[in-house]
Design a protein around this ligand. Sequence first.
Ligand code: ADP
Length: 244
Amino acid sequence: TEEPLKALEITDVRVTFDGFTAVDGVSLRVGPGDLRFLIGPNGAGKTTLVDAVTGLVPATGSVRFGGHELLGRPVHRVARLGIGRTFQTATVFENLTVLQNLDIAVGAGRRPLTLLRRRRGIPEEVERALETIGLADHRERPAGTLAHGQKQWLEIGMLLVQNVQLLLLDEPVAGMSHEEREATGQLLRRVGEDRTVVVIEHDMDFMRTFASSVTVLHAGRVLSEGTVAEVRADPRVQEVYLGE
Ligand code: ADP
């Protein structure tokens, strides 16, 4: 992406479900091109915060990306600002090939794919994404035959071809083998080179090799923030994790 890197600025965000406050005044800033881990025990409000950023649930406060206010925009208008997210369960089209999945993603909001294909072969962004996600040699495989990890990578690829500038990933290494985790770590580093990235993660071990900062949520609030080593050493963080 040739776009300038943009910051994500979350200010005093609150999400309430029937009187229950799931996100309780969260403020955090992810600098342009930074990769931030968002951790915390189950029920801390991590997914709900990402839901608020992407327009899936209504929230109060402010969420700005590249200066644009996101709160109050419907999901598709948030997406149009170059914001993409994945869910814990990868949603790819199992009966279509890797290439077809990426084609559909690149075609979303543009001219129909088949047309594009006939005109100028595989779009450049698809070729780039195939390399980035490490599936270049698997392009003709039906997505349903991919390993669990590869499906997750394909889903990330489907966001990359849409030229996302802010990527929000919900537990991308959940259920992955050791090798898949290592590969995903490399993938996140590549993806984070020219994008702002937020990763919800549960596994402190996975984050160990990243220099990125970590925000710890607990009961809808920011409990701690710092490097992986710092939050790990924070007695308050240890306490909520021991309680799991
Ligand atoms: P995390 O992702 O950190 O595990 P969640 O954001 O999924 O936490 O959930 C935070 C809290 O909000 C939990 O107590 C959860 O039960 C509650 N919650 C999430 N979504 C809803 C919903 N749609 N309706 C009611 N409560 C919800």
